[in-house]
Design a protein around this ligand. Structure first.
Ligand SMILES: Nc1nc2c(ncn2[C@@H]2O[C@H](COP(=O)(O)OP(=O)(O)O)[C@@H](O)[C@H]2O)c(=O)[nH]1
Ligand SMILES: [Mg+2]
Length: 609
C-alpha cells in the first residue's frame, strides 16, 4: 500500500513524513541545501498491525508539478497536507484537483503547524478544507491536526492512516505486472537499478521483462521492497529492481517494465476526458496539451471527437495524438495540462490504446468507446479487426489475464480469435476462391497456401490459425501443402485427351517406355498433366526420365518380390530379362525402390529390406 503526500510548498509535507517514519524523504543535496523538495522522495512505515506502508513525498512547488504527477500514479491514498497558519493555497487546490482526476478515493488531511494557530483559526481552516474536498474523490476525508514541533496528533494520524487500509482488502493482482519507472541509477557492484510503484501483478527475481516503449529486454537480478531484499515484490508496493542486460542510459522516468508482450507502446490513445470546472478555458479540438500518465509526460494533440470543445465542467471522448510513443494500458488514468500558463485542464481514463483514426461527430464511434470502457474490450477489438485478433494484441488492449469468449459469438483457433460472423464470411470466401481455382486449374490438386492467404487478405499469423480452423471444419483439405475443397478431384478427361494419349503411349510398351519428355511431346501433354496423373496414382514416376503406368509398376514390383523369394536376390539383368525390358527403366525402377526402402542394394543385386 502506498500513500502519497500532496499540498502547497512549505506546508510541512516532508517534515511530516520524517515525523511519521524517521526517514527524511528529501534525499538530493540541493533539496537539503534549499530546504525544499524538488523531486519525489520515498519513505516507509510499519502500521500497528505489522503491514508495511510506502510513502511517496512530492514537491509542492508549482514548477515541479510534473514530478508530483509522476509520484501520484499508483498511490492508494492521499495525505493532503495543509498548513493551519496559511490554509488553502494554490498548490493545495491544484494537487487536490489532480488527486480527484486520478480518482484516488482514499485520503486524509493533515492540518500541520497547529502549534502556530489558535483554536478559532484552526476551526476556520478546517471548515475551509472540508469545503474544498466537497465533490472530489476524497470528499469527507478526515482532518487530523498535527504539529511536528510539539508532536501533537502524530499518533492519531498514524492510526488514521492505518484505518485507510482495511487488512481484508488486497491490491488488485491480475498477473500483469507493470513498473512505471520513476528513478534510474547505477549502484557500484550491482549495475542498473530502477524504482517505481508496482501495479497489477507481482515481480520476482529472475523474471524476464520488456522495457516499454523502447522494446528492450531485461531480467531482474535483485529486488528490494522498503530497502529489504525480497524474492518477490507484490503489487501496490514501492520496488527497487536491479536489472541485467541494460544500461542506465537506456532507461528513463516514464519507461515501464512489464511482463513480456503484454504492454502496448502507442502514439494514439482514445480516452474519456473530464475538463475541470476551474479551467480558465475549454479543451478545444486540436489543442496542444501535456499528457501525464504513469510516470511519463508527453506532448499531445487532443482530437475532440464530439463537438469542437469540451467546456469546463464537461466531459467527452478524445483521441490523443502523442509526440512520441509511450507505454499505456486501457483504463489507465491520466491528467492533461496546458503549458503557458501552466494549468491542469482535465483528466480521465484511457479506453483504447491502439485505436484507428475516427470520423468526428460519429455516434458509432462513441457507442463503441462506451462499450469498450464498460469492459467489452474483446468484442470491440473484433469489430476493429474483423480479420482476427491475436491473443497478444488482445492482452495489450485490455488488462485481462486471458481472453474470455463466453457471451461472445467468437471462436479461438490457436493464438487467434475470430468473430463468428467474420469467420463464416471468411469460410465462404475461401470456398468460393477454391472453387474458382479448381475450375480454372482442373488438373491441379489444389491452390498454393500463399495464394489463398493473399486472396483472403490475411497476415501470416492469422492465416495459419484460420487455415487450421478451416481444415478442422472440413471446409478445406491440405494436399501435399496445397489447399483444396474436399470434393475436388483432379479431372482427367477420358477419350482423346493428352492424358489419355500419354497413358496409352506408356502402356503400349510398359517396360521399354519412351522417356517422359518424349512421351509428353508425342502425346501433346503438359507437365501439369503428368503431375495430375502422378497425383491421381495413374502414373508412377520413378525418375526424371522414367514413368510407368500404375499397372506396369505394380506388376514389376510383384515380379521383383517373386524373383527375390526364389533366388534370394535379383540383379538388373535378371529383372530386365524377366520383364523383357530395356536396361535404363529397370535401373531407374530399382533405384526408386531402394530410395523407397523396399529393396536394398547388395553388390550387384537387390534384396528385400
Ligand atoms: N511550526 C511548525 N513548523 C513546521 C511544522 N511542520 C513543518 N514545519 C516547517 O515548515 C517548513 C516547511 O516544511 P517542509 O516539510 O519542507 O514543507 P514541504 O514543502 O511541504 O515539504 C520547514 O521549515 C519546517 O520546519 C509544524 O508542524 N510546525
Ligand atoms: Mg517537501
Amino acid at each position: 500500500m502506498i500513500i502519497g503526500t500532496a499540498g502547497h510548498i512549505d506546508h510541512g509535507k516532508s517534515t511530516l513524513v520524517t515525523a511519521l517514519t524517521g526517514i527524511d524523504p528529501d534525499r538530493l543535496a540541493e533539496e537539503k541545501q534549499r530546504g525544499m523538495t524538488i523531486d519525489l522522495g520515498f519513505a516507509h512505515m510499519r502500521l500497528p498491525d505489522g503491514r508495511q506502508l510506502g510513502i511517496v513525498d512530492v514537491p509542492g512547488h508549482a514548477r515541479f508539478i510534473r514530478n508530483m504527477l509522476a509520484g501520484a500514479h499508483g498511490i492508494d491514498a492521499v495525505l493532503l497536507v495543509v498548513a493551519a497558519d496559511e490554509g488553502l493555497m494554490p498548490q493545495t487546490r491544484e494537487h487536490l484537483e489532480i488527486v480527484d482526476l486520478l480518482e484516488v478515493s482514499r485520503g486524509l488531511v493533515a492540518l500541520t503547524k497547529v502549534d502556530l494557530v489558535d483554536a478559532a483559526w484552526r476551526q476556520l481552516v478546517e471548515e475551509e478544507v472540508a469545503e474544498a474536498l466537497r465533490g472530489t474523490s476524497v470528499e469527507g476525508a478526515r482532518i487530523v491536526g498535527v504539529s511536528a514541533v510539539t508532536g501533537e496528533g502524530i499518533d492519531e494520524l498514524k492510526a488514521a492512516i492505518a484505518g485507510l487500509f482495511p487488512a481484508s482488502e488486497p491490491r488488485s493482482d491480475v498477473g500483469r505486472p507493470r513498473l512505471p519507472i520513476d528513478r534510474v541509477f547505477t549502484m557500484s557492484g550491482f549495475g542498473t537499478v530502477v524504482t517505481g510503484t508496482l501495479v497489477d501483478g507481482k515481480l520476482a527475481v529472475g523474471d524476464e521483462l520488456d522495457v516499454v516503449p523502447n522494446r528492450l529486454s531485461t531480467r531482474i537480478r535483485g529486488l528490494q521492497q522498503h530497502n529489504t531484499a525480497v524474492d518477490e515484490a507484490v503489487p501496490g508496493s514501492r520496488v527497487a529492481a536491479n536489472l541485467t542486460g541494460i544500461e542506465k542510459k537506456d532507461l528513463s522516468r516514464g519507461d515501464v517494465l512489464a511482463r513480456r508482450s503484454t504492454l502496448a507502446a502507442t502514439r494514439r490513445i482514445d480516452a474519456h476526458v473530464r475538463v475541470v470546472a476551474s479551467a480558465s478555458r475549454p479543451l478545444k479540438h486540436g489543442a496542444e496539451v501535456l499528457l501525464h500518465t504513469g510516470t511519463v509526460e508527453v506532448g499531445a494533440r487532443a482530437i475532440v471527437l464530439d463537438g469542437d470543445v469540451i467546456e469546463p465542467g464537461g466531459e467527452g471522448w478524445v483521441q490523443l495524438y502523442l509526440d512520441h510513443v509511450i507505454a499505456a494500458a486501457a483504463k489507465d488514468r491520466f491528467v492533461l495540462r496546458v503549458p503557458s500558463p501552466s494549468a491542469t485542464i482535465g483528466g480521465g481514463r484511457f479506453a483504447d490504446v491502439a485505436p484507428r483514426k475516427h470520423p468526428r461527430h460519429d455516434a458509432a464511434t462513441r457507442a463503441s468507446l462506451q462499450r469498450r470502457a464498460e469492459g467489452n474490450v474483446l468484442q470491440e477489438e473484433l469489430r476493429k479487426y474483423p480479420r482476427g485478433v491475436s491473443v497478444a494484441a488482445f492482452l495489450k488492449a485490455s488488462l485481462a489475464a486471458e481472453p474470455d469468449l463466453t457471451r461472445l459469438s467468437a471462436r479461438r483457433v490457436g493464438d487467434w480469435i475470430f468473430d463468428d460472423g467474420a469467420w463464416a464470411a471468411m469460410a465462404a470466401r475461401a470456398r468460393a476462391e477454391l472453387e474458382a481455382y479448381h475450375r480454372a486449374h482442373a488438373l491441379r490438386q489444389g491452390m498454393p497456401r500463399e495464394e489463398l492467404r493473399s486472396r483472403l487478405g490475411l497476415q501470416g499469423g492469422s492465416f495459419g490459425a484460420a487455415l487450421k480452423g478451416l481444415v478442422a471444419d472440413g471446409v478445406v483439405q491440405e494436399r501435399d501443402g496445397d489447399l483444396a475443397l474436399p470434393s475436388h478431384q483432379v479431372a482427367i478427361e477420358a477419350g482423346d485427351s493428352p492424358a489419355a494419349r500419354l497413358l496409352e503411349l506408356l502402356g503400349a510398351q510398359p517396360y521399354t517406355p519412351p522417356s517422359v519428355a518424349e512421351a509428353m511431346r508425342a502425346a501433346g501433354a503438359s507437365g501439369e498433366v503428368v503431375r495430375a496423373l502422378v497425383q491421381r496414382g495413374d502414373l508412377v514416376r520413378v525418375s526424371e526420365d522414367t514413368a510407368f503406368t500404375r499397372e506396369a509398376y505394380d506388376r514389376a514390383v510383384a515380379a521383383i518380390k517373386e524373383l527375390i523369394s526364389i533366388h534370394g536376390s535379383v540383379s538388373v539383368a535378371q529383372l530386365r530379362d524377366h520383364l523383357g525390358a530395356s536396361r535404363r527403366p529397370v535401373l531407374a525402377l530399382l533405384e526408386h525402390l531402394d530410395a523407397e526402402r523396399v529393396t536394398r542394394r547388395v553388390g550387384d543385386a537387390r534384396v528385400l529390406r
